[in-house]
Ligand binder design. Sequence first.
Ligand SMILES: [Mg+2]
Length: 367
Amino acid sequence: MDLPKPITGPAQRIILHVDMDAFFAAIEMREHPEMKGRPVIVGADPKDGKGRGVVSTASYEARIFGVHSAMPISKAFELCPGGVFVRPHFDLYVQVSRDVMEIAKSAAERFEQVSIDEAYLDISMTGDYTSARAMAAALKEAIRNKTGLTCSIGVGPSKVVAKIASDYRKPDGLTVVEPGSVSGFLSSLPVGKIPGVGKKSRGMLHQLGVRTIGDLSRIDVQELTALFGKWGAVIHSLSLGTDDREVRQEEGYKSISREITFENDTDKKTLLVRTLDDMAMELHAVLVNEHLRFRTITVKVRDEHFLTRTRSRTFERFCDDPSLIRETSHGLLPGFPEGRKIRLIGLRLSGFEPKGGRQTTITEFIR
Ligand SMILES: [Mg+2]
């Protein structure tokens, strides 16, 4: 007997999130095998506990001591005085990142790099989750062969599910969440697993009795918007795994940026300035590697009341000078409300010169 063919709906989305494991620390350990197995902390100079600035990346061995990224470097020193403290080598990290991203890009229908060590891939073309899992395993293998480094991968029907899944089994993890098991997967996870829910919002949610993502999904969204504004509605729909953001393929960079949420809200100007300096170094390494020059610098600051402000400056000429990035970003800082503590700081460069600069090439004449 012939059964009627099922009516096929629109092809299901399959999204993959790839995240390198303790990226900067793993590269340092690859370069310096004597660091293997030791707590490696990449970030600001600890200066015997008197250093300013933050931790960029901590190796898994350092995380056992409670050290993690965005923590003040002085606190990391206190927790782990015997750790191997390393200043970042962004040039190298950017080169390794390029290798990783090239491999990832070639595996996807659409590819979106979201940071130096993270990307989303739309792999809907694999057709089903069994094939998607096989492709994810192959991607991990290819990245390891090329770079000697491990990554963790999450696969799911939306960006947020893929991202939470990539974080689920780290390091060297692979977690596949099929559409039918999204709520089962999310519901028992702590609410802090939702991207963007940090220590502070977690504390506020705990006061409402919300501890798991499942708790969050069951709470009245108006209670959340009263607390967090629009962002409350965003985290509520994320808690349901609902996230229709597409993987946005972009040709070339429109902007490059870096942001850090501090472990504790801060009003220490030196910490803000040092953090901007580190982000400037990292972004400058990307500029150099990608042969980019920019015109606009933007500093973003979110304060303790979740109010976000940005200030920008656009230059008349394209530039790529690291000290200009640093000084300009410092200059953009003081316009923010005095007396309020800062929870997040970000730096963005944009307005890039078209690749190849102003040189007229033969193809321009053909067009
Ligand atoms: Mg990572």
